[in-house]
Structures are given as structure tokens and as C-alpha cells.
Design a protein around this ligand. Structure first.
Ligand code: 13P
Ligand code: SF4
Length: 312
């Protein structure tokens, strides 16, 4: 219910104080949410914030698996997300039942399962360790040398990590529907138009696109890469929300969205489901709330804690 006399942003901040809440937002959120949040970052930074907060309520503006990760780390806190339907194509590509069946069928391979954080609590519960795009190289390097690695669910991130580490891994055939929209042709067009601008791409992009990039990194690393670079303009090959964060941090530099074959930039329809109105309602109603059966949550916590220890 709107509070008379207050604008939406003021209402959210008042509710946040009343609820003793923290607002965590991913770099792909709309500008208005990023501007209100207590912390904006990538999946690794957000997991660290979720692990460290002493707020009673976490309002997580991102997608469902991110809210789940916060709840796994904070079973006694209330975790709300603005829209319960904000899912992720990558997470959907690896249902826990399918992974469990695969592991049963291939028990002789004694897999060490490394799961990219973009997966459900059920998949995390079946994994040995979690990684994000920000620490995947380090996590794979720390994997036991005598075990076969199964990397789920992103085949593009997995292939990129193997290129970086030389460690062979079996890859689940999942991908992000947003990042596979960037093609060699669309990025070559951007290069021709902006020949002096470094191309900065997320590792969820395909091999053909990664080959054209000057830097491949997580969304948070994009900030430091552009800050440290002497260049004044960059082509950013990831979801469009990232441009708000980059422009806010570096108002004197130019950020050009990487184009796809059909569009001047790429939006994740799930990330864009969150609005200020829905955030206000989530804080007012403490719903939709993330709830996870304790048996799954407890098993999913171990590989997340392992990740946090390995990337401390
Ligand atoms: P980052 O952890 O690099 O922000 O990536 C999250 C994500 O969902 C990319 O599509
Ligand atoms: Fe998932 Fe891709 Fe959206 Fe990231 S951009 S949340 S990987 S669908």
C-alpha cells in the first residue's frame, strides 16, 4: 500500500529502516533499483554481502537463484525478492533431478561437481563446490587433481575456464539465453564502428565472441578493468543493466552496449521483472519470501561456504 506524501524511493527507504532490511542488487538491475540499493555487485560480491549482513531482512533484487543463495547462507533471516517469477535460463537448463540421475548413471566417474552459482538450491546440494564468474578459475585450480570434474550448468563459462587453466572438465550443456545472442558478426560490427574501444565480454558468451574480446571477466571485474584502462570508450558485451553501473562509476568514459544480431543491446527478461513498485511491496508484505526445505538448504550451504573460503 502506498504511504501518502512519500515518493516511491522514500517509501522504500522508510520500509527498509522499519524492517531492518538490507537491499542487495545485481549489476543487471534497472538504474532506479541500483541507485537505491545498499550494495550493487556481481554474484560473488553479493554472496559475500549476504554472508556478512546483520540485517533481519534481505531484499534481494536479482533473480531467484540469487535470493536462494542468500537464504541458504541465512536460514534464520527473511529473504524476499520483488518477483518470484524472475528465474534464469541457465539455472533452468540443469534441473536437480536430471543432475542426480546423471550422477547415479555415471557413479563410476566419481565426479567432483563444480556448479556455477547460476543454479537452483537442489543443484547446489548435489555439488562439491560452487563458483561464480569472478572466482571460477581459482575454484577449478583448487579442485582435487585426481578427480574427474563435472562443470554445471554453463558450457560457455566451463569452456572458458578450461582455456584459462588447462584443466579438462566435462561440461553440462546449458547456456544463458542472453549471452548466446551476441554473435561473431554482431561483435565484429561493433569493432568496425568503434575500432579503438576495447571489447569487454562476460564468459557466458560463446567461444567465437570471447575470441574477439580484449577482456573476458565477471561483471564486477568489468568495473576495475575499465577504471584501470587508459581507454576512454568500451564495448560492453553483457546484459544492458551493467551500463548503468559503469556510467555511474565512470561518468567521464563512454560505454557502448554490445549489439546482438537483432538488437542494439541485450536485456535479461528475468532481471528486468524487478521494479521499484515490486520492491516496495516485497518490503511492505515481506513477500514473496524465499523458503527452502532444511535438508536441501543444509546440503547446499557446504559448497557455498567452501567457495567463500577458497576465494577469501
Ligand atoms: P556475474 O556474477 O558476473 O555478475 O554474472 C551473473 C550473471 O547472471 C551473468 O549472466
Ligand atoms: Fe540467467 Fe542469463 Fe539472466 Fe544471467 S543474464 S540471470 S545467466 S538468464
Amino acid at each position: 500500500m502506498p504511504i501518502a506524501g512519500l515518493d516511491l524511493a522514500e517509501e522504500i527507504l522508510a520500509l527498509k529502516r522499519e524492517r531492518n532490511a538490507v537491499i542487495l542488487a545485481h549489476n543487471y538491475q534497472i538504474r532506479e533499483i541500483q541507485e537505491l540499493a545498499d550494495y550493487v555487485g556481481d554474484s560473488l560480491g553479493l554472496s559475500r554481502q549476504a554472508a556478512a549482513t546483520d540485517a533481519e531482512v534481505i531484499a534481494f533484487c536479482g533473480v531467484h537463484f540469487m535470493g536462494e543463495t542468500a537464504k541458504i547462507l541465512n536460514p534464520s533471516k527473511t529473504v524476499v525478492i520483488p518477483d518470484m517469477d524472475a528465474g534464469c535460463s541457465l539455472s533452468d537448463s540443469c534441473p536437480p533431478e536430471k543432475l542426480a540421475a546423471f550422477l547415479r548413471e555415471h557413479a563410476d566417474r566419481n565426479y567432483y561437481v563444480i556448479a556455477y552459482i547460476n543454479c537452483s538450491a537442489g543443484v547446489k546440494a548435489l555439488s562439491d563446490v560452487i563458483c561464480t564468474s569472478g572466482n571460477a578459475v581459482r575454484i577449478v585450480e583448487a579442485a582435487p587433481a585426481d578427480r574427474n570434474i563435472l562443470f554445471v550448468p554453463d558450457q560457455n563459462l566451463g569452456a572458458w575456464v578450461t582455456e584459462q587453466t588447462g584443466r579438462p572438465m566435462e561440461l553440462w550443456r546449458g547456456n544463458c539465453y542472453v549471452h548466446v545472442e551476441f554473435t561473431r558478426a554482431s561483435i565484429e560490427r561493433a569493432r568496425a564502428e568503434w575500432p579503438d574501444a576495447p571489447i569487454v565480454a562476460h564468459p557466458e558468451c560463446t567461444h567465437a565472441v570471447r575470441l574477439l574480446a580484449d577482456e573476458v571477466c565477471s561483471t564486477e571485474k568489468m568495473i576495475s578493468y575499465c577504471q584501470d584502462s587508459p581507454s576512454k570508450a568500451f564495448v560492453i558485451v553483457t546484459e544492458s543493466g551493467m551500463l548503468h553501473r559503469l556510467r555511474r562509476e565512470m561518468p567521464d568514459k563512454v560505454f557502448i552496449p554490445g549489439p546482438t544480431d537483432h538488437c542494439a543491446c541485450a536485456d535479461c527478461r528475468y532481471m528486468k521483472m524487478n521494479t521499484l513498485e515490486k520492491l516496495r511491496d516485497a518490503l511492505a508484505n515481506l513477500a514473496p519470501e524465499i523458503l527452502i526445505p532444511e535438508s536441501i538448504r543444509a546440503r547446499a550451504e557446504l559448497p557455498i561456504r567452501r567457495m567463500l573460503e577458497l576465494s577469501a
